[in-house]
Ligand binder design. Structure first.
Ligand SMILES: [Zn+2]
Length: 139
């Protein structure tokens, strides 16, 4: 079921406001987060419009988290962060998704909680595409 007001359901222009498509995965869709103060930050959005990780079966949740790990592995490989942070918020957009956020020791917000959108660093579509392609190859 899709929610007409949900960016992750509708994709296209709605999601393009804050994310750049990387690829479809088995349990959802992978995006680069356009705000790139944490280089390599991505979002894995679940395939269905569910609010909570407790709203899906154990099997589906395990499959989703296996892909979160697969994405994190690719992010480590391509961007070599000191740590990857994970966040599943969605207070205002109730569609299960995981922020996968590389952190760097000399980088933005190291040692603290990452902001939802620090609104500091944006790239060109060509740069997003180059990053997305690196991630696709590493998955
Ligand atoms: Zn949705």
């Amino acid at each position: 079921m899709k929610d007409q007001n949900c960016a992750y359901c509708m994709q296209g222009d709605l999601v393009a406001k804050f994310a750049y498509p990387v690829c479809q995965m088995k349990t959802g869709y992978l995006y680069l987060f356009k705000e790139q103060s944490k280089r390599g930050r991505v979002i894995l959005a679940y395939k269905d419009h569910v609010s909570e990780m407790i709203d899906i079966s154990d099997e589906d949740r395990n499959a989703f988290f296996a892909e979160v790990a697969q994405v994190a592995r690719a992010v480590h490989k391509v961007f070599n962060p000191a740590k990857v942070n994970y966040g599943a918020y969605g207070d205002t957009g109730c569609h299960l998704h995981m922020h996968i956020v590389p952190k760097y020791k000399d980088g933005d917000e190291w040692g603290g909680t990452f902001q939802m959108n620090p609104d500091k660093v944006y790239l060109t579509d060509e740069e997003y595409e180059a990053m997305a392609e690196q991630i696709r190859r590493a998955l």
